[in-house]
Design a protein around this ligand. Sequence first.
Ligand code: NAD
Ligand code: TYD
Length: 339
Amino acid sequence: MKLLATGGSGFIGSNFVRYILKKYPDYKVVNLDLLTYAGNLENLKDVEKNPNYKFVKGDIADKELAEKLVKDADIVVNFAAESHVDRSILDSAAFIHTNIIGTHTLLEAAKASGGKRFHHVSTDEAFGHLGPNDPPFNEKTPYAPRSPYSASKAAADHLVMAYYHTYNLPITISNCSNNYGPYQFPEKLHGLFITNLLEDKKVPVYGDGMQVRDWLFVEDHCEAIDKIIHEGKIGGTYCVGGNCEKPNIEITKKILELLGASEEMIEYVKDRPGHDRRYAIDFSKIKSELGWEPRTSFDEGMKKTVEWYKNNGDWWKKIKSGEYLEYYEKQYKPLRIRE
Ligand code: NAD
Ligand code: TYD
């Protein structure tokens, strides 16, 4: 099996590439990643020399490069995206480029190579947000995105589904809830709060801290994608969740507790504009169809995550100082077929 993972140098993609290489020693994995600010080769340093792994620096929206790599693969798993809501509020151009045009370019490449198997990694944020008593999102929930990030992901999901209906492209989509775990970029809630506290800095809780997210440990998400790409029903979408709804303030207090920090380190700051109030996922379809459910409890996942950041100061300190970007510019040149 030759698997093309796009965005494999980011948080979830790198966890997934490592997971696949370990679980399937005869699979070959090509990672196509543009190495934006969120992509980091150190995320896969431990597998860099594995003969079954190859890294290609490039843009999923580069038509010729996409065509070449998709043609060589048996399956495409599309993680590549701009993924941070706050950045999409400041400037959404890159979100339109990668999440919509990039996904479209990959779909065209999959169509051009005779209908390549295509799995698209998406988010529950495409469904919009919930009130406190609303039932959780499921596969039938209509899309109602509210941030430029979630709108761009929703657009991509619609394109993926359109390629299934129109061209019979063998696709699947997963809509997953919030992930946490090792290698998460330290601008997202867990990475930022843990590393801030390790640096003796305060943690910025938006608004009243009562926004609810459903949290899934990243390895469990990798396992769900593994199940879907091997056993998922073509044309199917799968809601993936952690059965772990928590308000942000509870996550914050858990991190403070695990690091022995006082609640004085909490700083309530101005709320995010259009801040989605609650996400929740009903994952009964993937549970009954594919036998997947989350394995990692909240306590276990939180402990593992905090320990990982404690033991990997080199990784996040280079990111927070910006040093990692200089390193990659020196080491790698973008691969562009046209040049
Ligand atoms: P991330 O921001 O950590 O990683 C994104 C990766 O994509 C980076 O390595 C980046 O360099 C690469 N990339 C960006 N633009 C590219 C382009 N044009 N061409 C090639 N590579 C490009 O994101 P993540 O948190 O790992 O999320 C991965 C996927 O999972 C995204 O599609 C995201 O929408 C989805 N998702 C994330 C979460 C979450 O909680 N993080 C939850 C559900 C779904
Ligand atoms: P985030 O990790 O950005 O994920 P998403 O917005 O995609 O759910 O944020 C998770 C929650 O944490 C979200 O409700 C916003 C909140 N948050 C803060 O309160 N402070 C912060 O500094 C960050 C980054 C997030």
